[in-house]
Design a protein around this ligand. Sequence first.
Ligand code: SF4
Length: 484
Amino acid sequence: MLKYRDSIQMELNFSGSRQNIFRERIQNGEFQILAEIHAPSADTKLEHAVQRNSDYAYVAAASKVPASLALIQTEDPVDIMDPVQFLGELTRDNASAHLLYLSGRNSDLNQSVAKAKHALSHGIKNICSVSGCVRDGMELSRIQQTFFLESVNTLQALAQSGEDELFCGATLNPYKYTPCDSSIQYFKAVKKVNCGAQFLVTQMGWDMMKLQEVQWNLWRRNINIPVFARLLYLTPDTMADLCAGKIRGIHLSPDVESLFRKELQYTAAQFQSVQFSRLQLHILGAKMLGFSGVQIAGIDSPEVLERILHRTSADFRENISFEDWFEAYRSAYDRLNLAPYPYRYYMFEDLLKSVQLPEEFAITNATVPPCTQKELFRKRLGELLFSHAAELPPGERKLTKKFLFSCRSCDRCRLPQTLYLCPEVCPKGMSNGPCGASKPDGSCPFRDMECLFSTQMRLADACGEYEKLENEYVETTGSRPVSI
Ligand code: SF4
């Protein structure tokens, strides 16, 4: 792979300076391409891991369009190499151009802040905070014993750490198709911004109407924050996994699934050519819709990355109009429904009819399903009996709390802050808002129940307490209770 290195003029070494290449590119309005790489396993030698991934770094540095790497962590921290050391070594000459994902799985606030400081000491200044994902095949009881530090908590701790060189972001899943499920994602995103997120990265998907919904929703609220769209370069294996529903948090509509199944029958060359074209269409669309860049998952070789960057650079030189892009997008999906039938909620009525949010925009009429009398009664009883629960010893009126709210006896009770829904009922123990994994109908993928935050949204709607969903900061307890 030395061919890449020969042709590259490396950027100057800015580690130790106050320069942040990633942030400057955003400020200069330069559209960036982030290529996802994974943290190597713990038993890999650092020099081997760096050697294996160095061509990605070289290809990114040599690109005509601004490009860098995003190091994500899907495995447990004990199973992977120290991501800071790995990314720091891999990008030693321009670490501030790249993005490090900071997972909250099995991490507490002190550890997360320490990891961010450790990153800074390697010149890595850009951090995307996530609660951490659930490993495939993990049993419910194991999930319930695992602690997931929420990005809301991490972001606030990082903002208060005094490390003003850190540039922190968070994620958002806009591919939700019921009014409840969609709205609670946005409430949590605003909470993340309020707690210090300076940029957002979306979950991956293909529905450009949902991507525009993100922008319009932020613009209408005057939240001017850079957003990156996460996209997926599809290989036959990933596509087969998607069609089999094996990739959590990504749900194909029946139309898209049958399109993908057809593509799986193509020859290898045909298949790859279709995937490159699709990806280019979405990269161009994200640029047109005002995104600051894209983060691309699934890139399986430096050659693929080089080809993507090369084609993107050519596309950007062509000055394609929004109307022409829209025509190309429409014909690529030829009247396919990208929403997972029967769920098809979009917040705005005129999506993709223009780039800018029209002055007279129309919000889609949608009703939030009502609460049951039992749900309302329980909340009222909670207000009556436990409005000061946070100040009471954890075991106080334990049986009543267990009976009413399935209380798990946390060290510090958060019921008054969560509309009297115990956060520990959520398998991941989220208390500030939903994770992004819910199924198309808004149910939890880990347990047979409505996502706790859809219930919270229905309660907020019934009681006129929407502002709590966005503004109520719930502190972390730092661990899962033992009595699950
Ligand atoms: S209840 Fe909601 S937030 Fe909790 S794990 Fe399930 S889908 Fe995620």
